[in-house]
Design a protein around this ligand. Structure first.
Ligand code: SF4
Ligand code: F3S
Length: 369
């Protein structure tokens, strides 16, 4: 496959994507990036001028869930736009070539486009026994990542596995799996955790790069702040129930059917950051908590080990409240705020009991009709 020389507009037309849909996509990206809406025009103009950089998508120890999440994204069809914004030269899941030809393509990109191509990595990288537990074309994933990522203009690790090893590195981690950043120290990596990643965020990062020629602002884990900067608990539509002490006690109970708070059945939202409550999934229709399942903190660091058992109530909750930012919370030093949380929950329970008693008293005092 040769690098496409056609402009974005013709490429989108060939895919039967209208100008109106293109502007809607730009608008959605601006909203995801938490930029003012006036940036939509600037983003559209920048994207139309893009030279469609080469994109290499590497898959290592993965389930292809991140590829699926990107390619099956709905309305706006994020996957279609991202397919056309870049010249996808290597992606095992979707490219026509296979075997030796495919590996030659990868070698050609590294040789001819040094420092120009973007790499997306999906999946963990095994390091035990010289990386022998994942090989492609006779080379270890470790070897491929070292070569391909070292010469890229930018590296994006998508999904939990590429970020910090994900489920593959969960204890006892027999293959010594790690994320890209740890496997290839010294390279610059943008991490887009999540299991899987949210394609809207990945597209927004790529759009930001094409528009401003730089990556968005990052947090201490090299994750974009626009996506990972706020607590799920503070964006959750069930929060009013939490504040009122109205909790689901058992799956399928009356409270569950009424959409009350899932904290007691294990929701990790008070300690997890991600923008899934606002960006959502499946064409923006829903997200886990809206669908009735507690958040398992799939975008948090080493969540398989640190946030499980997933159905156990959080033993303590660090600072929470509408003004608490992700950087200000952590797993450590929770005593004071955890105490405040217990007090708040206890206060809510007491208040509800008193309210129930008052209601009962009023009922008792009401003369029979
Ligand atoms: Fe929402 Fe979970 Fe927080 Fe309840 S505990 S308000 S369900 S994020
Ligand atoms: Fe993941 Fe929790 Fe959102 S499980 S998708 S971070 S609600």
């Amino acid at each position: 496959m040769e690098i496409a020389k056609v402009g974005l507009r013709s490429a989108l037309e060939a895919r039967e994507i209208t100008r109106r849909q293109f502007i809607e996509f730009c608008s959605a990206m601006v909203a995801t990036l938490a930029l003012p809406s006036r940036y939509t025009t600037a983003v559209a103009e920048a994207l139309e001028k893009t030279k469609r950089p080469v994109l290499v998508w590497l898959e290592f120890q993965d389930c292809a869930g991140n590829s699926e999440s990107m390619l099956r994204s709905g309305d706006p069809p994020v996957g279609d736009f991202v397919l056309e914004l870049f010249s996808w030269e290597y992606h095992e899941l979707i490219m026509a070539g296979a075997g030796k030809k495919a590996e030659e393509t990868l070698q050609r990109i590294v040789r001819d486009h040094k420092g120009e191509y973007i790499v997306v990595v999906e999946g963990a990288i095994p390091t035990a026994d010289d990386g022998v537990y994942c090989t492609i074309g006779g080379r270890t994933a470790l070897d491929i990542a070292r070569e391909v990522c070292a010469h890229a203009a930018a590296n994006i690790a998508i999904g939990a596995c590429a970020w910090d090893g994900g489920v593959v590195s969960a204890g006892p981690n027999p293959t010594g799996a790690v994320g890209l950043q740890e496997a290839v120290p010294g390279i610059k990596v943008i991490n887009l955790g999540g299991c899987p990643h949210n394609p809207a965020n990945t597209a927004a990062v790529l759009v930001h790069y094409l528009t401003f020629n730089e990556m968005p602002e990052l947090d201490q884990y090299n994750r974009p702040l626009f996506a990972y900067g706020n607590l799920i608990h503070d964006q959750c539509e069930r929060r009013a129930h939490y504040d009122a002490g109205r909790f689901v006690e058992e799956w399928g109970d009356e409270a569950h059917r009424k959409g009350w708070c899932l904290y007691k059945v294990g929701c990790k939202g008070p300690e997890a950051t991600y923008n899934c409550p606002t960006v959502r999934w499946n064409s923006g229709t829903s997200w886990p908590v809206k669908a009735g399942h507690g958040c398992i903190a799939c975008a948090s660091h080493r969540f398989w080990d640190t946030r499980s058992p997933f159905y156990d109530r959080l033993p303590s909750v660090p600072g929470f409240g509408v003004d608490v930012k992700a950087e200000e919370i952590g797993w450590i030093g929770t005593g004071v705020v955890a105490g405040a949380m217990v007090a708040q929950v206890a206060g809510n329970v007491v208040r509800d009991v008193l309210r129930a008693r008052k209601d009962q008293d009023e009922t008792d005092q009401t003369p029979d009709a």
